[in-house]
Ligand binder design. Structure first.
Ligand code: SAM
Length: 226
């Protein structure tokens, strides 16, 4: 475990040197969350290789630099209510919870995360419990392209699967002064899109190219044959 902690620190330092990580809150979160508890046991030794890893059901835990970039773009703050679409392993949800609910005990926000594959939702729940994030993260099974109206509006929304367009329910459920980060494109390559809502108006900014597994659902892709 000590060895993995050293690897975690070295990877975060490398991401800072490469310019991926600048925000001190995000840096602290990536140093705090043990990614080794979010990958299948047989892959633990690769937890700090900066690449996506398989988590079963043809899905992946994203590479750490991608989590870093998306979290920096999202810019969550303590006290925020966050929606994540695409729980996967639960790692990104833990990084978000670290920032919005743990870093400042005076401002306890919450992360709601939706996963369409029930077995992965269970995997994530177990990982989040072992890593100590259960009380800050609610895992929901369902189609995240519909958002989660029960707890809307959200200060921040992050989608960690590739969408053909931005699902309209997510725009509706974004709070004013809120931000949404989502990979948009075809199923094979996408660009990161940041949407900010200010005074009811939307402001869009396109970022880097990326490759995510497809977002499957009512406002996503219709087929599971990718
Ligand atoms: N954020 C995850 C993590 O930290 O491990 C990685 C996400 S993985 C790249 C994408 C996930 O999105 C998969 O687990 C997939 O099953 C899920 N997904 C795809 N379409 C979805 C939808 N409509 N609603 C909820 N989850 C969805």
């Amino acid at each position: 475990m000590k060895d993995l902690e050293v690897q975690r620190r070295r990877l975060v330092e490398a991401l800072v040197s490469a310019g991926y990580l600048k925000n001190p809150r995000v840096i602290r979160a990536l140093l705090a969350v043990p990614r080794e508890l979010f990958v299948p046991e047989e892959l633990r030794e690769y937890a700090y290789v900066d690449s996506p890893l398989p988590i079963g059901y043809r899905q992946t835990i994203s590479a750490v630099h991608m989590v870093a970039i998306m979290t920096e773009e999202l810019n969550p703050e303590p006290g925020d209510t966050v929606l994540e679409v695409g729980t996967g392993s639960g790692y990104q949800a833990a990084v978000l919870a670290e920032i919005v609910a743990k870093q400042d005990p005076e401002r306890r926000g919450h992360v709601y995360t939706i996963e369409r594959i029930p077995e992965l939702a269970e995997f994530a729940k177990g990982n989040l419990a072992r890593a100590g994030y259960s009380e800050y993260v609610t895992v929901i099974v369902g189609d995240g392209t519909l958002g989660y109206p029960e707890k809307a509006p959200f200060n921040r929304i992050i989608v960690t699967a590739a969408a053909p367009t931005v699902p309209p329910p997510l725009i509706d459920q974004l709070a004013d002064e809120g931000a949404l980060v989502i990979p948009v494109g075809d199923p094979y390559i996408q660009r990161l899109l940041v949407v900010e809502k200010r005074g009811g108006k939307l402001y869009k900014k396109w970022g880097i190219e990326c490759v995510f597994v497809p977002l499957i659902g009512e406002y996503g892709w219709k087929s599971t044959t990718f």
